[in-house]
Design a protein around this ligand. Sequence first.
Ligand SMILES: Nc1ncnc2c1ncn2[C@@H]1O[C@H](COP(=O)(O)OP(=O)(O)O)[C@@H](O)[C@H]1O
Ligand SMILES: [Mg+2]
Length: 371
Amino acid sequence: MGDRNEDVVISLRSVAKRFGDADAVIDLSLDMHAGQVVALVGPSGCGKTTTLKMINRLVEPSSGSIEVLGQDHRTLPAHELRRQIGYVIQQIGLFPHRTIGRNIGVVPELLGWEKGEIAARVGELVELVGLEPDVLGRYPRELSGGQQQRVGVARALAADPPILLMDEPYSAVDPLVRERLQDDLLTLQARVGKTIVLVTHDIDEAIKLGDRVAVLNVGGVLEQYDAPDELLRSPASAFVAAFLGRERGLRRLGLLKVADVGLEAGPVIAPTATAADAIAVAASHSTPWVAVVDDQALVGWISLDDLQRAPGAASVGSLPARPFVATVTPATPLREALDLIVRSRTRRAAVLDADTYLGMVTIDTVAGGLE
Ligand SMILES: Nc1ncnc2c1ncn2[C@@H]1O[C@H](COP(=O)(O)OP(=O)(O)O)[C@@H](O)[C@H]1O
Ligand SMILES: [Mg+2]
């Protein structure tokens, strides 16, 4: 998504919120773009929840204005806001005496949909959030925390709102379940393409889920608003750097892919070449081995020792090649590629797209990608 104005779905303009004589949010301006996940991250009490609640008018701003879908949201009637904005909270807040099916259908019911329409939509949603249909007749207390969380997301999406607000949605579940739910949110988002505002105090969650991350300081002071990679590459302030914590370089490698860095051709030789040619290629790359590539397909590697033992005129193809262990694809995260590289004897990973050999990644090419 570009930064063109017509893509802006939510726009906060100099928004402030004062509770009594304490400022929760002092002066926040922020644009959120269609189809993006914006993660609002910051320490406890910095005004994240207040900001989210101002967007759906559970909290009225003391000053400033908020536009939702190009309209001042104060002019949108309550039922209209409910249709445009889904809301997921940490405590989930399911109705204990309603079945899961009726919990999911609560907004369509409020909006006066037909029973059959509601049932059809609830069926779709259960599948969309990765629940089994047999949960529909059960009650919230009969579900695990992770399942309840999925019900909360299904309920928020029921009327197919373009906007989804999520307040610390995964903080109540254990880390393994949390990781699974985060992965599933990304899969879900790839299908539904909502504009999602996700509040979290967990910077790793923000980096994993956000297309853009807004780092807030106390008073809702916006310290930085950037793509995760940019945040890690270049923190705008000491506060942001401290909040990001350690291993910024390694964490960036988790976001970047092999396709994002330049590749080395590597010490490559055709099977029709001679052992003497292969020795020359190994020498020019200072490697004790060569990679045999037959018409773009990687056959394997041959050690310099084996080449030197063979007659100089022998063809490379007649010598036994060993399989490459360290192989990656253009879609492999750089962090995973680096792990393979440091564990591989050749200090390289071969990049394959299906069977086609594209080149090699090395520690140098990976480091170059971070610049
Ligand atoms: N309803 C309220 N009444 C009084 N103070 C509030 C209320 N809601 C939030 N606050 C205060 O506003 C500040 C920001 O709170 P909040 O938005 O909940 O922070 P966060 O979600 O980032 O932890 C805190 O100091 C909090 O105590
Ligand atoms: Mg909060």
